[in-house]
Design a protein around this ligand. Sequence first.
Ligand SMILES: Nc1nc2c(ncn2[C@@H]2O[C@H](COP(=O)(O)OP(=O)(O)OP(=O)(O)O)[C@@H](O)[C@H]2O)c(=O)[nH]1
Ligand SMILES: [Mg+2]
Length: 332
Amino acid sequence: MNFIDESVLEIKAGDGGSGCISFRREKYIPKGGPDGGNGGKGGSIIFRTDPSLNTLLDFQNKKIIHAKNGLSGQGRNKSGTSAKDLIINVPVGTMIFDYHSNTLIYDCASPNVEYLLIEGGKGGMGNSNFKTSTNQAPRKSTTGEKGSALKIRLELRSFADIGLVGLPNAGKSTFLDAVSSAKPKIGDYPFTTIKPNLGTIKYFDKSFVFADIPGLIEGASQGTGLGIKFLKHISRTKALLIFLDPHNTEYDFENQLKVLINEMRHFDSKLLQKDIWIVLNKIDTVDNLDENLTAIDKYIPSELKIHQIRGISSISKQGVKELFDELFKKLT
Ligand SMILES: Nc1nc2c(ncn2[C@@H]2O[C@H](COP(=O)(O)OP(=O)(O)OP(=O)(O)O)[C@@H](O)[C@H]2O)c(=O)[nH]1
Ligand SMILES: [Mg+2]
C-alpha cells in the first residue's frame, strides 16, 4: 500500500565540533600565541511542508535521522566547517507529536513553510579565545555542544472541508467521482476504498475539498476493518455527509446510523459536533423516497447537528444540486 499516514522517527541534530588547542609556530617567532580555531555548528533538523507530497511513505524505511556534526576547529585560527541543516519534507497536514508525552509540537498546516524542530549543537571554542594578560598560552578549549535528540510521531491529517462517511458500499467514492475530478476506485464489494481520496469541487467562485474514506463497520473502533484508522482524515473538516445505503441487506437505516455514530463517537466525539447532512444515496433505485426519509428521521439522535436529510443519486446526480446549494451556503 503506497499510502502511509503515521510514522515514528528518532531524530538527532548534529553535535558541534570541538575547539582546537594550537600555538602559532613560525620561523623567527619563538613564542607564537594560541591560534586554535572554534568548532563548527552541528546541523539542525528542519521540517518543510511540500504541497506535492500526500503520504508519509518516505519514512517507512527511514526511522532514524541524524543531521551531520560540525567539524573541529584547527590551528591558524581556522574554524571547523558547520554542518548543513537537514531538511525533512513532509506533506501539508503532518502533525509532529512528542512520542513519549504525545503532546503536539507543531502542526505543519501551511504549504512551503519551514519549522526548526531541533537545533544543532554550537561549536566549541578554540584556545585562542582563552588568552588573557596573565595567560598568554592557554591550553584550554571547549568541546562542541551535543545536538538535541527527540523521538517523534508524525501523523498526517488531511485538510478537507467535508468528510464522507458511510458503511462500505454506500456509494461514497461513486459520489466523489461524479462530482469532482478525483478518480477513486469504485466497486460493488465492501472496502473498495483503502486509503483516503481527496476531491475538489468548484461551486461558483469557491472550491471545496471532499475527503472520501474507507467504509466504517461495526467494531471499527476496536480495530476491525480499515475505517477507524482513517477517521483522522475527516477530523479537520467542517461538515460531514453521512451516506446511507438503501440496499444494505445486513443493516437497516437505524443500524447503519447506529454503527456510524458509535464508531465516530469512539474515535473522537468532536466529530459529532460538526454540521451533518444525512444523505440517502442510490435514490435512482428507490420507489418510496418520502417514506424512507421519514423513517430515517426517526432514528437520528437529537444530539447531532443535522441540517437536512436528503435523497440523492451519485449515478444520476438527482438531488446533488440541492444538496450542494445548502451545504456550500452553510460553509461560506
Ligand atoms: N444505483 C446506484 N448505485 C450506486 C450509486 N452510488 C454507488 N452505487 C454503487 O454502489 C457500489 C459501491 O459504490 P462505491 O462508491 O465503491 O461505495 P463506497 O461507499 O465508496 O464503498 P467502500 O469504499 O467500500 O467504503 C458500486 O457498485 C456503485 O456503482 C447510486 O447512486 N445509484
Ligand atoms: Mg469507496
